[in-house]
Design a protein around this ligand. Structure first.
Ligand SMILES: [Zn+2]
Length: 121
């Protein structure tokens, strides 16, 4: 007696990515890191007793990232080595927003072109 086993492989039915979607994914991948907020340089006092810089009123330079979370303005201190990374993130965040603004009309144009192509057949 032979037991025949059928292995049924489900065909993958993912629709091919549209040109626009492919372009979007490529652009987004290049925009890492991306963030929204603002970076400000401030001067803050330290906790050392009798610190000459604080005594003179110079204090110490520090960076603060401000951002909105659940509708509330919040901020965090930023270490010096993170400053260039966050600057890049802010710049990329602006590019990402521009990209999102362009996507609405681009989607509509793509849809219109596909409809015209179908009606030509
Ligand atoms: Zn100090």
């Amino acid at each position: 007696m032979y037991i025949v086993e059928y292995t049924y492989i489900m065909p993958s039915r993912k629709p091919p990515l549209s040109e626009l979607q492919q372009l979007f994914l490529e652009q987004v991948a290049r925009l890492w890191p991306a963030l929204k907020g603002s970076l400000a340089e401030v001067r803050k006092p330290c906790i050392r007793p009798n610190c000459p810089a604080c005594k003179k009123g110079d204090k110490h330079p520090a960076f603060i990232l401000s951002f909105t979370q659940e509708g509330r303005r919040r901020c965090m201190y930023v270490s010096a080595e993170m400053v260039p990374i966050l600057r890049q993130g802010l710049e990329n965040g602006r590019r990402l927003e521009t990209l999102l603004c362009e996507l609405g009309p681009a989607l509509l144009r793509e849809h219109r072109q596909q409809r015209e192509r179908k009606s030509e057949i």
